[in-house]
Design a protein around this ligand. Structure first.
Ligand SMILES: *Cc1c(COP(=O)(O)O)cnc(C)c1O
Length: 218
């Protein structure tokens, strides 16, 4: 079985175990830093939903892949700076990392200008980590309201739990917040914990190394 088939089977099993339909869970294949041949192999197997965390890196590889493969859906899952918003809107199909009002406003401006109205997620810093992107838990509802007031196509919330923590309480916190905000989307769960995330309601799991192999930052 290929790694992709294996991950899909595990997603299906986790969804079924939670009494959910496997189709409720979207696999976002996180291709950052991976050699192009590994990414191309997953494209050739028919997968189309990918995640990148840097605008610049995505710009260097995805326009070429789009010329060879139809129907690619590219998610930005890393921090967004306001001077990169235009490029991000041109390059990506979904923005998962809206974490402050300034970025939400800039996105609304550029989307109005370009006519590209991308679905977005608000990223929440559930672990209150100083170095991590995401809005504070208690600022989430205000940011959600701001996104709605701006007319953004807000789909859900996203989180990256602290590496050293048990992810379960973070997933639960995000699920509760999303419910309170009336948002259906939950982007949570990575290679080590996506099955747990699915049990707790994830609609999008972001899987990198379990699918492509370890990232080599050398
Ligand atoms: C890199 C990354 C992932 C994937 O991590 P793995 O542990 O390799 O699955 C998921 N989400 C975000 C935001 C990332 O930056």
């Amino acid at each position: 079985m290929s790694a992709l088939a294996d991950i899909r089977a595990r997603i299906g099993a986790a969804a079924s175990a939670a009494g959910r339909a496997p189709a409720e869970v979207t696999l976002v294949a996180v291709s950052k830093v991976q050699p192009l041949d590994r990414v191309e192999a997953v494209l050739a197997e028919g997968h189309r939903v990918f995640g990148e965390n840097r605008v610049q890196e995505a710009a260097s590889k995805w326009p070429a892949f789009r010329e060879c493969f139809d129907g690619i859906e590219l998610h930005l899952i890393g921090p967004l700076q306001s001077n990169k918003v235009r490029q991000a809107v041109e390059l990506f199909d979904v923005i998962q990392s809206v974490d402050r009002a300034k970025i939400a406003r800039r996105l609304a401006e550029i989307m109005a200008e370009t006519g590209r109205h991308l679905p977005v997620f608000v990223q929440v810093n559930t672990g209150a980590e100083a170095q991590k992107a995401g809005c504070a838990v208690d600022e989430t509802e205000a940011l959600v309201a701001e996104c709605r007031a701006l007319g953004l196509d807000l789909r859900g919330l996203m989180c990256i739990p602290p590496l050293e923590d048990d992810p379960a309480p973070h997933f639960e916190r995000l699920a509760r917040l999303a419910e309170r905000c009336g948002l259906p989307g939950l982007s949570m769960g990575m290679s080590g914990d996506f099955e747990q995330a699915i049990a707790q309601g994830a609609t999008h799991v972001r899987v990198g190394s379990a699918l492509f192999g370890a990232r080599d930052y050398g």
